[in-house]
Ligand binder design. Structure first.
Ligand code: PNS
Length: 160
């Protein structure tokens, strides 16, 4: 189970998905309905569609949604392991306590996969900031995500 906000999914997320799908026979990408941080830019339907379109070539990957505690969701789905991506060492600091909390609640372990180092600076929040301020994000997100972002930018510009 690979959980996240995916607002939007990046090439770093896709890199982790590809690696996990090589290791495990089945991978579920679990999109959180309401990210804790703030209101998402992309609604749940769009975030799920962006991932589904980006992983269409991976036959053992499916996309689902969850709300509430991740620990409850992994228990309900009988997931064997939670996957999290690490970009830089500082990611590990918060991820370790989250992993320990999830394990104490569900008895499900978290395994960390390092995304390719060329994505170490790529985050959903930076991608959004760069793209919506007119920067080039084509190298940072999968092609289907670029289409969704371009449509969203046109919509936002049209509504101004
Ligand atoms: O992509 P993100 O924003 O880093 O993903 C964070 C996510 C969705 C994995 C995390 O916020 C989460 O698991 N939320 C569900 C609520 C929950 O279980 N909270 C307690 C975590 S110990």
């Amino acid at each position: 189970m690979y959980p996240g906000s995916f607002d939007p999914p990046t090439n770093g997320h896709l890199d982790v998905i590809v690696r996990a799908a090589r290791i495990f026979s089945e991978l579920t990408v679990a999109v959180v309905v309401n990210p804790q941080k703030r209101e998402p830019m992309f609604n749940l339907q769009d975030r799920k569609a962006m991932i589904a379109d980006s992983v269409a070539h991976l036959s053992n990957v499916k996309v689902e949604e969850f709300s509430g505690l991740l620990a409850d969701y992994v228990k309900a789905k009988k997931a064997d392991v939670i996957i999290k991506g690490l970009r830089v060492v500082s990611d590990f600091e918060s991820e370790m306590s989250t992993a320990l909390m999830n394990r104490s609640l569900s008895n499900v372990d978290t395994m960390f996969l390092m995304s390719d180092q060329k994505y170490s600076f790529v985050s959903s929040s930076l991608v959004k900031e760069v793209f919506f301020l007119g920067g080039d994000a084509a190298a940072l997100v999968p092609e289907p995500v670029m289409r969704f972002m371009t449509a969203k930018r046109a919509l936002l510009r049209g509504s101004k």
